[in-house]
Design a protein around this ligand. Structure first.
Ligand code: URA
Length: 432
């Protein structure tokens, strides 16, 4: 078999066989196929696409290109969730303890933030002492004992994706549904959970800018999961404004704590309760309609917050910061962004806010950058709210001394109108 023939076949829009895909993935991981040939095949896939069988086969080959995590020694059904990433997305820190407090097992591997999107690992590390690298034995033991753990992805999981993603990044081949879907699903499948809930975000702050492409990505990933016998469902959620009010690492931990104590912003609470209900149904704990009530009770009776404390303590984090969030270190500059006119908030450009938060110090422009755990933005107004001239739109937190230009960028992210706005539901639809 020759790589050149595989490239030519896909260039002509033909279907690749399992043997051909295996030749490509194993050869590339072993370093036997050069980057220039793989780039060419990736570009052909971008233009010609792949059918369902090809995508499922590619995903499975990628899944088994390295170590897979065996969670069978954890009792019960293991659930997982994945977000395609957004601005202010602290869902895992709320949803994890929430479902674990209902008896479900969550053994989750998360990622770091890059560009305008944040990552759960960075957020968790803003809690003093918190470790996100545990041995496999400790990870499994913790999930058996307290029901949850969140750690960083091990270096040995899905090496095919590590190589392919780096190449896609520099060859203009990131934007392809078969390639994105196989990249995400191979990692989720290799992480070993029985069920997967995908939170596919659409809108200005999301990877998928429009609803149609988010829906196509969600359907493709659910089909991969189904064809590989893993219960996979997806929700399409709105990322046309940041999720909740806090953007930035320790600011988002504080908002997650407040949410688990029953004082969360409406969109984040709705997302966590609805997504949690699907996860409880996947874990066969109860029906989706009964699950919402159960989850709300776990917030009201304090058990979900208690589960967060158990999880953080088990991973070395100092829970006195969760019990008294005033203890978290604050930025040197905390300043309000004031409305210069009045009206209803029509839009808060999530990409603009995410980029501004990154410039304030909360994110990384490149993988090597360090982040300021205290930096970020707290929204005082959300879409649909009425703002009077002179009122605060939001508050910025930063240790960057010269931040006046960033204030302008934040201000421009808020679009006001005279018309009353109907606030869209955070979950647009489910795909299952
Ligand atoms: N996230 C991933 O993990 N892979 C992609 O291809 C795109 C987003």
């Amino acid at each position: 078999m020759r790589m050149l023939d595989i490239i030519l076949k896909k260039k002509e829009g033909k279907t690749l066989t399992e043997e051909e895909l295996r030749f490509f993935i194993t050869g590339y991981v072993k370093g036997e196929i050069p980057d220039y040939q793989v780039s060419s095949l990736l570009m052909a896939i971008c233009f010609q696409g792949m059918n369902k069988e090809e995508i499922a086969t590619l995903t499975e080959l990628m899944e088994y290109s390295g170590e897979t995590i065996d969670l069978t020694s954890i009792k019960g059904i293991k659930v997982d969730k994945h977000s395609t990433g957004g601005v202010g997305d602290k869902t895992s820190m709320v949803l994890g303890p929430l479902v674990a407090s209902c008896g479900v097992k969550l053994a989750k591997m998360s990622g770091r933030g890059l560009g305008h999107t944040g990552g759960t690992l960075d957020k968790l590390e803003s809690i003093p002492g918190m470790s996100i690298s545990l041995t496999k034995e400790r990870f499994i033991d913790q999930v058996n004992k307290i029901g949850m753990s969140i750690i960083g992805q091990t270096a040995t999981i899905v090496p095919a994706d590590k190589k392919l993603y780096a190449l896609r990044d520099v060859t203009g081949t990131v934007e392809s549904i078969p390639l994105i879907a196989s990249s995400i699903m191979s990692k989720k499948l290799a992480s070993g959970s029985d069920t997967i809930l995908l939170d596919v975000k659409f809108g200005s702050g999301a990877f998928m800018k429009d609803l149609d492409s988010a829906r196509e990505l969600a359907r493709t990933m659910v089909e991969i999961g189904d064809s590989l016998s893993r219960d996979t469902r997806a929700i399409l959620t709105d990322m046309n404004q940041p999720l909740g009010c806090a953007i930035g690492n320790n600011l988002e931990v504080i908002e997650a704590v407040n949410t688990l104590k029953g004082k969360g912003p409406q969109d984040l609470v709705e997302l966590c309760v609805k997504a949690g209900a699907i996860m409880l149904e996947q874990a066969k704990v109860c029906s989706r309609s009964n699950a919402e009530e159960l989850l709300k009770n776990k917030i009201e009776n304090g058990e979900a917050f208690e589960k967060l404390c158990q999880f953080v303590e088990a991973q070395g984090g100092d829970i006195s910061y969760l019990k008294n969030t005033e203890k978290f270190e604050k930025s040197r500059h905390i300043d309000k962004v004031i409305a210069t006119k009045e009206g209803y908030v029509k839009e808060i450009n999530a990409l603009g806010i995410g980029e501004a938060a990154m410039k304030l110090g909360a994110g990384r422009a490149t993988k090597e950058d360090t982040i300021d755990m205290t930096a970020g933005i707290i929204l005082h107004k959300k879409v649909g709210d009425y703002v009077k001239k002179g009122e605060s739109l939001c508050e910025l937190h930063t240790n960057v001394d010269n931040y006046k230009q960033i204030v302008k960028e934040i201000e421009e992210s808020f679009k006001l109108t005279d018309q009353k706005i109907v606030v869209p539901s955070i979950i647009y639809e489910t795909v299952e």
